[in-house]
Design a protein around this ligand. Structure first.
Ligand code: SF4
Ligand code: SF4
Length: 163
């Protein structure tokens, strides 16, 4: 798994042009059954990919923290929201709260998330490959295939299934 993760940026770069063309076509004319297909591809991929063997998203990128995320996680730590923000977060260029540093401070050496039950919504939904109207997040997916081995495999499978 680690070799695949290490190679992902190069693999994704090699596929970028092909993927961009594929998603441009998909956006123009998404197949009627796309939501079902994505559900199937997502489930199949995550039956064979164990995030605990990877955690590359937690190591290399961080989630955005919504107001609700901050409320929930600060409560979990019994901290005031501002105290939680000052300790762990900062505002990025787009005025979103993000982690002060990566790997994520809540990630353990065993790849477990120490705030798993209250983790940000963006973490629980990553890599978003089972969301409805998947064609709408193609730009994000083009980036995620360089980070997430599961997303990379799912996009490769999509290209096989949607001609
Ligand atoms: S979501 Fe993707 S990048 Fe994150 S741990 Fe799972 S397989 Fe790895
Ligand atoms: S909060 Fe948990 S799931 Fe989200 S990036 Fe950090 S360790 Fe990963």
């Amino acid at each position: 798994m680690q070799d695949f993760i290490n190679n992902l940026p190069k693999l994704a770069k090699d596929k970028h042009k092909e993927n961009k063309t594929f998603f441009a076509k998909l956006k123009k004319k998404p197949p009627k059954q796309l939501d079902y297909l994505m559900q199937e591809l997502h489930e199949t991929e995550f039956e064979r990919t164990d995030c605990l063997d990877c955690a590359n998203c937690c190591k290399t990128t961080g989630p955005l923290f919504t107001t609700k995320d901050i409320e929930r996680i600060a409560k979990f730590f019994k901290m005031k929201q501002q105290q939680f923000i000052d300790t762990y977060l900062h505002l990025d260029d787009e005025n979103d709260y993000v982690l002060q540093s990566v790997p994520c401070t809540f990630l353990g050496a065993d790849n477990y998330c120490s705030i798993y039950d209250v983790r940000p919504k963006a973490c629980s939904e990553f890599p978003h490959t089972d969301r409805k109207k998947f064609q709408q997040i193609s730009n994000l997916t083009l980036k995620n295939v360089a980070i997430c081995p599961a997303a990379f495999n799912i996009v490769e499978a999509m290209k096989q299934r949607i001609k």
